[in-house]
Design a protein around this ligand. Sequence first.
Ligand code: HEM
Length: 423
Amino acid sequence: MNADDARAELKIPEVSFDELLEDPHGVYRKYRPLTPVIRVGQNHYVLRGKDVLDLHRDKRLMQFESDMMCHRGYPAEGNMWTIFSQTVLMSNGKLHARRRAPAVDAFSRRVVAKLTTHIGKEARKLAAGLPRGRAFDLVEEFASPLTGRIIAHIVGLDPDNWRQFAEFVYTITTGLTPPFPADRWPEIEDSAGQFLSYIAKAVEDRRSDPQDDFLTAYIDAADEAGEMSPEELLVQLAGIVIAGSDTTRAGIAVTAGQLLEQRARWDAVKADRSLIDPAIAEAMRLEPPVGGSPRMTRAPIEIDGITIPEGVPVDLLAISAMRDPELFDRPEEFDLHRKDHLKYHMVFGGGVHRCLGEQLALAELHESLAALLDLAPQLELAEARSPLQGFTAVRIVPPLMVRQDDLEMSGAESASAQLAREG
Ligand code: HEM
């Protein structure tokens, strides 16, 4: 770094991990009008909406690759290394394109439509069976089993065993959220190893018994391209499961939680189902399951007089950008009728790494909410909702304690619940 870079860097305010863990939205709200970038250790966090949107497509930024994981203090060996060093998310250029292509093909409109019907049935069965007359955790009783069962179905595992491998995935995800959890590393490594073995078995089964589903479509697309090693293929499937599990269950929790927080919101969506998708968009704008996208600078980047030097980690913070008053009117307000949502929701990132599972995630969120509104319409918060934990990357979902009274359902609701339970 030359003297100019060093001087420019001095102008960037430094914020501690602890401050951010305590109140991420408060910290970003405070600094956003003052500076386009803050520093957290070695990381440079980009705060403002327009900058985050522009930088998602800027060639001066590249995705972290495996060796760069060392910046975060991760060991360069073992099962997590196998995943980091080969996953689509951590690759650039042609390698990224060839790792991404089979999944784009396999998530065809037809496959997603078929999956959506399946998700609707699963969501209704779970919603119909939710406890009555006592407080319970909607994450534990609904969001986790639903996303676990769906992702099991997608990668060809037995949905009834969802809990077994979902635990692996949640453990792996804790290794993706800073600060680096060194004390939990052996457990994370073990989960990653067992999880890769599960996927290997599912792929082997599908190769010998092809079906009309995502996994077969994925294996076919990868075989046809002929460019991936067997291990690389497993890692891509593992990556899809990891990317699509915690994120989607957090999305379900933040949507239900923010609607239930104000009864009028819940009732409005119950009365007008065309508000389901706007509710999902608004809930994830205010409480995104993924807070930001990590990148590295290939060249210095100047923003409003501040220079981010070459060769440093940067986070493009959707979590801050989506509350930027320059981008959204009354950004802190939950507005079911908001007119200024972006065409491409920032919660799914941007540029070449934009979320591969966006359509599937939105279908899962839509079907979940519709099922809850139909079959658990009296749901209410039993305790104040806690915000998601974490200030960038994948955020951790806390319990969402709710209850529904043991009241009589209306005739129509009760018939519908009976049908849903019978599957
Ligand atoms: C609400 C749920 C979800 C959210 C908020 C979300 C968010 C994101 C974001 C922000 C990225 C870009 C990360 C970056 O640029 O560094 C991403 C990438 C990705 N997502 Fe999602 N995601 C969700 C659900 C899913 C689902 C259900 C799947 C698959 C079943 C999935 C698969 C992926 C994959 C494979 C990538 C990597 C794409 C690439 O690098 O080219 N995601 N997601």
